[in-house]
Write a protein that binds this ligand. Structure first.
Ligand code: TRP
Length: 354
């Protein structure tokens, strides 16, 4: 769903399925506490969250129960949770404006998950491409949590009766499943849940290209081609200087190979328009020196990433603050979750007191 259409919906009366929020549509998204945030996450996801926090009622959750389905080793879990929270706050997410919380602090999610399991068909879940991928990658750990991953994700979203879910393309199928369960529940009992939709500010999802000319920045693939928000200045410079380039243009205005185009795209994100125009002209009249071009890009990246990195570090070491964030986030989130569950119990006949 595009931003403007979402805003026009706020004016409509069709928000009857959502609890009172002062007219702000409800937004929910989950962040897996696995791996470090990279530039692709920043421009693809976190920047969207930050923009949304004023206009929407936002619930942003660290999905620790989901992490257990693929990462059973929990030694690093606490550290990872703290880091994910710190990194997101350092990127501009404001825990005063949004509910920023951990999934496992909201037992109501587990209750809704249990109820949704009876609306979920095993055959459907087995067909989900993400499930099949995970089975293929890890045939020795095909746990039931993997199969019901989309049911838990639906519970995450529906527990707040969220309307919009800022996620990437890879989550589209999960979102469709969540819509199906909302619809099934509403038709079987009574309308309680809006059917949630993907949301993005941009018509096209921004893809941040990797530094090696192949694909996009990613947590799991070529780590040297991905810039993390935790990379120190030297590492950023090294990665950028090692990025792939060709032999250089020999004719004026020649078409750009994809790896050069990618570097220009990255430059546009972190350098001034003058810098980018300067190197674009140099490319077009064949005077570009890739060494200078990359140095300028590296400095732009350092300038962009280092304040976020330092801020994240300082937040991560402030355990008192992080615990306060988690506690207050859980409080806000539970308030909304409890209300939804009350409705769910009422319409599904699970209220035995008069
Ligand atoms: N499955 C999502 C991912 O892998 C994370 C997630 C968990 C999520 N619960 C969610 C996303 C609820 C949106 C809404 O990135």
């Amino acid at each position: 769903m595009h931003y403007l259409r979402a805003l026009s919906l706020t004016m409509e009366k069709s928000t009857t399925l959502q609890p009172e929020t002062g007219g702000k549509p409800i937004v929910m998204s989950g962040i897996r506490p696995t791996g470090y945030l990279h530039l692709g996450n920043y421009f693809g996801a976190v920047q969207n969250y930050v923009k949304m926090q004023d206009e929407f009622r936002c619930y942003f959750m660290v999905a620790d129960w989901h992490a257990l389905t693929t990462h059973p080793d929990t030694k690093e879990l606490r550290n990872n949770i703290h880091r994910v929270l710190a990194e997101n706050i350092a990127c501009g997410l404001d825990p005063e404006k949004v509910a920023l919380y951990c999934q496992s602090h909201i037992p109501e999610i587990a209750e809704l998950y249990l109820l949704l399991n009876s609306l979920a068909y095993v055959g459907e879940l087995e067909k989900t491409p993400t499930f099949k991928d995970k089975v293929r990658l890890n045939p020795n750990n095909v746990n039931a949590g993997l199969l019901t991953y989309p049911v838990l994700m639906a519970a995450d979203i529906l527990i707040h009766r969220a309307r919009f879910v800022p996620v990437g393309k890879d989550q589209e199928q999960h979102l469709e499943i969540a819509r199906n369960y909302a619809h099934r529940f509403n038709t079987r009992y009574e309308a309680v849940f809006p059917e949630p939709e993907a949301f993005n500010y941009h018509q096209e999802l921004i893809k941040i290209p990797s530094l090696d000319g192949a694909g996009k920045m990613s947590k799991s693939e070529n780590q040297y081609a991905t810039l993390y928000l935790s990379d120190d200045d030297d590492l950023i410079r090294k990665k950028v200087m090692k990025s792939k380039t060709d032999a250089g243009p020999t004719e004026k205005d020649s078409p750009m190979p994809v790896e050069i185009k990618n570097l220009f795209q990255l430059m546009q994100l972190v350098c001034t328009a003058e810098t980018t125009t300067h190197f674009m002209q140099a490319y077009n009249d064949c005077t570009i020196r890739y060494g200078d071009f990359k140095s300028a890009l590296a400095e732009g990246m350092v300038k962009f990433i280092s304040p976020i990195r330092e801020q994240a570090k300082s937040i991560q070491s402030n355990k008192i603050y992080l615990e306060k964030v988690m506690r207050e986030g859980a409080e806000k989130s539970r308030e909304s979750a409890i209300k939804t569950l009350r409705e769910v119990r009422r319409v599904s006949g699970m209220n035995y007191f008069t």
